[in-house]
Write a protein that binds this ligand. Sequence first.
Ligand SMILES: Nc1ncnc2c1ncn2[C@@H]1O[C@H](COP(=O)(O)OP(=O)(O)O)[C@@H](O)[C@H]1O
Ligand SMILES: [Mg+2]
Length: 361
Amino acid sequence: MILTNVNIHHVRNLEAQQLEFTNGVNLILGENGSGKSSILESIHLLGYGRSFRSHHTRPLIKFGQTTLVVSADIRSDQDDSYRFGYQKSSNGKTLVRLNQEDVTFLEMIRFFPIQIIHPESFEQVYSGAAPRRKILDWGMFHVEPSFGLLWAKYQKVLKQRNSALKRTIIHAEICCWDEMLIALGNQIELIRRKWVASLLSEIALAIEQLLPNLSSEISITYQAGWSEEERLEEALARSLQRDLHLGATQVGPHRADLVMAYREISIEKVLSRGQQKLIMIALFMAQARWLKENTGKKSVLLIDDVISELDNINIAKLLAFLEAQQQQVLITAVDEKGLNFADKVGDLRRFSIENGRVCRV
Ligand SMILES: Nc1ncnc2c1ncn2[C@@H]1O[C@H](COP(=O)(O)OP(=O)(O)O)[C@@H](O)[C@H]1O
Ligand SMILES: [Mg+2]
């Protein structure tokens, strides 16, 4: 999918804005508070039906207004054109339309794969396993049609088992969930195992391209969420006392992780923030490439405010890397450095935004 044209009405400080994007790198520059993140937020609403900054609707809608609308022309990978629309009102009413027809959120997410990297996601990825697992599962969701439903079912059973763990010490009441949990858990693990090796090699390649001096010492490995030497049922049985003590199931695919290390030490403990940011961008970009390779689907990568801690050399390197991917990217930055080196990038379109007004530079 390629976003060709986006119309935004009444999202935060954006009144009525139209943007025509290029297939390659789109750089949105402006001061703090000018509306850069709001543009990415609008596109995120289209792709996910929710913001990456707020769970509530009210703050998204421009003050004094009652409804926000985001619509876009999207070109599919087969070169067909689609018109996509999202409307949300302060009374909670939401409309999602694809070529004038109502569609569900799930259809929308499947149709238009996007990924977002923003400052909080950066902090999260290096602070816990759950955000890393989400990144992994974004790919699984898009390559395996059954994955989303399996995951939802697994979560339901897990919730039941965890609530039994808090409520009772009677093993039979807890373990009655195990059969379903194990069956679903094994299916999830099977899907991840099928795909994870090719994903990891794509990630390694992207890291090599973006951080050539460090890449040989960086390792990214997949952990299933329980010991490889055991079957899930054995791991659950062994963990039962601990589960009872903690009131939550400690093993299973919900504890899977992508472990990222430099010289066998956790990346966040040794590498600089700039280096960590580059690794994260490599990770997301690798996912996009991998998705394209395995399904033919192109996704859009949104990068909000992540390049502020990079020096000029690294920004130039990053932009060149992004351009070489033949992947649509929307990236925001404060224009403090002039970002003149951006001129060296061929397929780059520059936008400037001031007080919610965007123009192409
Ligand atoms: N609901 C709203 N209505 C109008 N303006 C808003 C609303 N919510 C936030 N703003 C304003 O929108 C501006 C744009 O914010 P943001 O997109 O985060 O800017 P940037 O990413 O460029 O720093 C801010 O000045 C903020 O005060
Ligand atoms: Mg911002």
